[in-house]
Design a protein around this ligand. Sequence first.
Ligand SMILES: Nc1ncnc2c1ncn2[C@@H]1O[C@H](COP(=O)(O)OP(=O)(O)O)[C@@H](O)[C@H]1O
Ligand SMILES: [Mg+2]
Length: 355
Amino acid sequence: MASVTIRNAVKSYGAMQVLHGVSLEAHDGEFVVLVGPSGCGKSTLLRMIAGLETITDGQIAIGERVVNELEPKERDIAMVFQSYALYPHMTVRDNMAFSLKLSRRSKAEIAVEVNRAAEILALAPLLERYPRQLSGGQRQRVAMGRAIVRNPAVFLFDEPLSNLDAKLRVQMRGEIKSLHARLNSTMIYVTHDQMEAMTMADRIVVMRSGKIEQIGTPLDIYDNPANSFVASFIGSPSMNLIEGTVEDRGAQVVLRDRAGVEWTLPARARAHIGRDVTLGVRPEHVAITEGASNARIDNIEPTGADTHVQVDVGSNIVTLVRHERLDLPVGAEISVRNDPDRSMLFCPSSGERLT
Ligand SMILES: Nc1ncnc2c1ncn2[C@@H]1O[C@H](COP(=O)(O)OP(=O)(O)O)[C@@H](O)[C@H]1O
Ligand SMILES: [Mg+2]
């Protein structure tokens, strides 16, 4: 087991820089998830840790050892990819044993490791099958088995669940987490799916355009996003972002949006009176209230436990989530209100959090 320390890592392909100085530490035994939109540099960073890409500038250490110049096989890591990359002509047992054979381990040792991994992953009954005789989830488990047999200090996962259907993805999420609890190894996991990040991570690293936007525990990032990008990327449905001007209404401070609709702000917003800002409100912090209507229902989606509602409020479409059944037709006029104490303000140009 080992920590992974990344110091100011830069990656360029020719003249194009795709990572602009990324620093982060995954502690020994930690489950760290790199999340961000497609193309932001997650795979590149993971492949640099693995040694599959060169490091243009900066330093990567596994444990105490700087690995910049080490070959992948000298780094004590194992990587699991989205495409399982199993050998079709080999049985599950041989697929799992392959890397150990390459490193010339004894037959007895290999058998012990393969059986141990098969037991952890419930693959024992499938050891003599070929990949084509397995379901997607089973193939993914074999891919993980190939990593486990090597007893690596660090596991690296690049979107390992993206090829699975939604239900299996949720199940495998749980399996990988219990694998982590059981092995207690350092794991760095890449995904573009914020829900995977939220449910699996000890800590989340949110990336955008080759930079880290924020690092924190899932709930800390959810409750205290550093900027409007993180705020809208993490959470589903996304946070509502409403532009307007902060105005003084005596006892209250309000945001007057572009259509003249007024949203109540927390008292600490008083510091920003007169300023143009972006108000951020999560869908669960918008309530349907009694009173004069200010919104019209655009769309209503019952999900079973919750109801998602899109309402037209002046110039904005606002999403709200209620933990109840709502018997309201599209087009109904209703009154909605944000919870001021759970509302955030962002700078409209930089996106930086103001309150
Ligand atoms: N071999 C390569 N040559 C040139 N550009 C690349 C190469 N690999 C990745 N890139 C570019 O680097 C950026 C980051 O890619 P990647 O790390 O794959 O993103 P992610 O995994 O977050 O979707 C993208 O703009 C991508 O086009
Ligand atoms: Mg990728």
